[in-house]
Design a protein around this ligand. Structure first.
Ligand code: NOJ
Length: 535
């Protein structure tokens, strides 16, 4: 295996699949592994290099698979282990890597480990979870809050103690200070890596270790009404503890027992804290997810500032990455608008660092409004009415114009977007100017032009709605000009000094146009220019 193959996760493009919503083959309205197998040709033709599957393991589905009852099985809803093996084989045969979701911070309360743990105070598994005596008044042992609403401490009458759950009460946190827990999860990793899985996206990795004394979290002075209630306190003692990096280094050593695997961390922290998750001597996660664009103010200065600060914060030799959407955040097409979603695509696929696409973003899927009686997300059920619901970004993939969008032959578990009859893969594939065609073209260019993968990022200008930068390696340079607004923008020669040929416009209609010292961008247009910079 050559070096390029070893570092596939640097030059590759990741694609997140939310299995419940990708493709149903057994008419139960929920996607499954056979469905993903059937759609591999689509993913190959799109040109992505790796698929990351949100959890597929046996689960009561209180948090749709992020509550795992058996780490080394496959939930019957999704299929069988044989189906998974068939999927991994077919993906590999077609040049696609497979990343699984590892959820080590918590299990389901139905996991045999927890069933044992809660059985008695002297059960051997007692210390696998986090148990504390009640406070003097009988209340919870501290002020930590669950991200899904309410106290993070749940009283358990059987043994008269509270257990800690950063998310639902049905998701008790494992005690990562216990070496037996670590060993058990590392064996889970080995199980899947041994099956040929190419790596893991590790759920809430910055949560794994909590303050040893469980000291209270401080109040958040910036809390605003209307924000989720857990934001009333700052999770300074419940997350992002120094010792977490020892755990991650251990996980990385497990990953490195196998050839060319990747460790990705889910981390919502400010950039300066995030980059610590590359680990000492880069022996932590290969890719700590960079979610900065998920909440970026959509203007040129704001985005350039994020890129600049991220690039500046990266440790020597660390490889960057970028994300525009995932199963927890509103769809990019709704955040920035349909027209800007194309510009966002060009941004994502022209920045320095591994891009992760969220299923459906390539066809411009938008956030679907969910009626109260259709809500499935436990976060929305616990904290209703302030817009935290995640169902709207998890709706079925829109494949074609048949009654259930080609996703299923019966009613899907979440409603389809009302525009699926037009906005679907079949339709957009037939339209040379569609967002899907744009994604295909962007991915194709990224594969063809080395500067887009390995070139330096060089900012040029961020002014008004114009964001201009270049990617350069050696002699080759690509200039990217993005208009983040709806009004036309003109770039004058003395401002940017560029000349060359348009490689791609987000409208897909200017390829080959010669640029000589000036560039006019239409509203909501981005272009890539193969250029030589005139001094
Ligand atoms: C992060 C996952 O992305 C989210 O979907 C889940 O609800 C929480 N972790 C809890 O596992």
């Amino acid at each position: 295996m050559n070096q390029r193959d070893k570092l596939w996760w640097r030059h590759g493009i990741f694609y997140q699949i939310y299995p419940r919503s990708f493709q149903d083959t057994n008419a139960d309205g929920v996607g499954d592994l056979r469905g993903i197998i059937g759609r591999l040709p689509y993913l190959q033709s799109l040109g992505v290099d790796a698929i990351w599957l949100s959890p597929i393991f046996p689960s009561p589905m209180a948090d749709f698979g992020y509550d795992i009852a058996d780490y080394t099985g496959v939930d019957a809803l999704f299929g069988t282990m044989a189906d998974f093996e068939a999927l991994a084989n077919a993906a590999h045969a077609g040049g696609l890597r497979v990343i699984l979701d590892l959820v080590p911070n918590h299990t389901s309360d139905q996991h045999p480990w927890f069933v044992e743990s809660r059985g008695s105070r002297d059960n051997p598994k007692r210390d696998w979870y986090i148990w504390r005596d009640p406070a003097a008044d009988g209340g919870p042992p501290g002020n930590w809050l669950s991200e899904f609403g309410g106290s993070a401490w749940q009283y358990d009458a059987t043994t008269g103690q509270y257990y800690y759950h950063a998310f639902l009460a049905q998701q008790p946190d494992l005690n990562w200070r216990n070496p037996a827990v670590r060993r058990a999860i590392y064996d889970v990793m080995r199980f899947w890596l041994g099956k040929g899985v190419d790596g893991f996206r590790v759920d809430v990795i910055w949560h794994l270790i909590k303050d040893a004394a469980f000291r209270d979290n401080p109040p958040n002075p910036d809390y605003r009404e209307g924000r989720p209630p857990h934001e009333r306190i700052l999770p300074l003692n419940s997350t992002d503890q120094a010792e977490v990096h020892e755990v991650i280094a251990e996980m990385r050593r497990v990953i490195d027992e196998f050839d060319s695997r990747v460790l990705i961390g889910e981390i919502y922290l400010p950039l300066e804290r995030l980059v610590a998750y590359y680990g000492k001597d880069l022996a932590g996660t290969h890719l700590p997810f960079n979610f900065a664009l998920l909440s970026a103010p959509w203007n040129a200065r704001g985005i350039e500032k994020i890129i600049f600060e991220y690039e500046a914060a990266l440790p020597q030799g660390a490889w960057p990455n970028w994300v525009l959407g995932n199963h927890d955040r509103p769809r990019v097409a709704s955040r920035v608008g349909r027209a800007q979603a194309r510009v966002a695509a060009m941004l994502l696929l022209s920045l320095r660092g591994t891009p992760t696409l969220y299923y459906g973003d390539e066809i411009g899927m938008h956030q679907v409004a969910i009626a109260p009686e259709q809500v499935r997300d436990p976060f929305e059920k616990n904290v209703p009415g302030i817009g935290v619901g995640r169902d709207g970004c998890r709706t079925p993939m829109q494949w074609d114009a048949t009654p259930y969008a080609g996703f299923s032959t019966s009613t899907p578990w979440l409603p389809l977007a009302d525009d699926f009859r037009h906005e679907n893969v079949a339709n957009l594939d037939a339209d040379a100017a569609s967002i899907l065609s744009l994604y295909r073209a962007l991915i194709g260019l990224r594969k063809k032009l080395p500067p887009l993968v390995s070139g330096d990022y060089v900012p040029i200008v961020a002014e008004g709605d114009l964001l201009l930068y270049r990617r350069e390696s050696g002699e080759t340079t690509v200039v990217i000009a993005l208009n983040l607004g709806a009004e036309p923008v003109s770039i004058k020669s003395d401002a940017a000094g560029l000349s060359g040929e348009i490689l791609l416009s987000t409208f897909l209609d200017r390829q080959g146009e010669k640029i000589q010292g000036a560039l006019d961008l239409r509203g909501d247009e981005g272009v890539m220019i193969g250029t030589s910079l005139v001094p």
